[in-house]
Design a protein around this ligand. Structure first.
Ligand SMILES: [Zn+2]
Length: 276
């Protein structure tokens, strides 16, 4: 069974449409989306809500009409206040699944998603977590922000606030358990540390040690990541292996659609970067 994995589309409708067309052309049974789905321009409370209702709703019915499944989740740049609406929109069509912190059985495989991310310097903290005990925060760009229906709520001391939240290791441990661990497919927005899938422009590696340890411990069939758009171009690495687990982070180019086609039977993975 072939699937397409794509991530970090950030509200680019043309890339969404091209992904569905590619799924039809390649005979893929489903498309997986690794998060950061919504636009980053304008007032995010309004523009992201509009994208879910005005684009995704119809786009998901195009998937249903084509008989292609869609499994995905929002990411750290998608405000948490839109979670309920996104979930509702997913439920309106057959074989459209919100994977965030959930286990979904589809096509003979189990898919488990997670969209909590290791903290970063940027202000939006809706889905941010310390990586683990003793976590040292990076220098922050300003006070933290959490989305609320009334607008952003400012957190003057984000590190102190975050100490009261679960860390990445605890969030990963709380995920639903697969029936067959060795066959499970995880979609975890944050890439693991230590594999070259997490390298930013400066060359700094910002991946999660907690995700790395989770993969090493669980030995799943496949883990899919995103978050650091530029990493494959900087490190030259988009696929890695940790014992029995294949880890993929295709990145996302600015002016091209980046995706991978995965044959889940033979576990062959091919990456494409197509100019738009
Ligand atoms: Zn992200």
């Amino acid at each position: 069974m072939k699937i397409i994995y794509v991530t970090d589309l950030h509200g680019n409708a043309a890339k969404y449409t091209r992904t569905l067309e590619t799924a039809k052309k390649t005979g893929a049974a489903g498309v997986l989306n690794g998060g950061d789905m919504l636009p980053l321009d304008g007032d995010l409370h309004g523009s992201q809500n509009e994208f879910v209702e005005g684009f995704l709703l119809g786009h998901f019915s195009d998937y249903a009409a084509a008989g292609i499944a869609w499994l995905g989740m929002l990411g750290n740049d998608d405000l948490r206040i839109h979670d309920a609406l996104f979930d509702k929109v997913c439920r309106k069509n057959k074989n459209i699944f919100n994977l965030a912190q959930r286990r979904v059985e589809w096509g003979g495989f189990e898919f488990i998603g997670m969209n909590w991310v290791t903290d970063y310097p940027f202000r939006l903290k809706d889905r941010c977590r310390r990586d683990g005990p003793g976590y040292v925060f990076q220098r922050q760009c300003g006070a933290g922000l959490l989305s609320t229906p009334e607008g952003f709520h400012e957190l003057p001391d984000w590190p102190a606030y975050a100490e009261g939240l679960p860390d990445m290791g605890q969030e990963l441990a709380a995920l639903p358990k697969p029936g067959h661990a060795a066959e499970a497919i995880y979609v975890i927005h944050t890439p693991p540390a230590g594999l070259g899938l997490d390298v930013i422009h400066s060359g700094e590696r910002v991946g999660s040690g907690a995700v790395n340890r989770f993969i090493a411990k669980n030995q799943a069939r496949l883990t899919l990541h995103g978050h650091i758009h530029e990493s494959p171009e900087i490190s030259g690495v988009w696929e890695a292996k940790m014992e029995n687990t294949v880890c993929v982070q295709p990145g996302q180019a600015k002016t091209a659609l980046t995706y991978v086609v995965i044959d889940l039977g033979s576990m062959t993975v091919e990456r494409f970067v197509e100019p738009m």
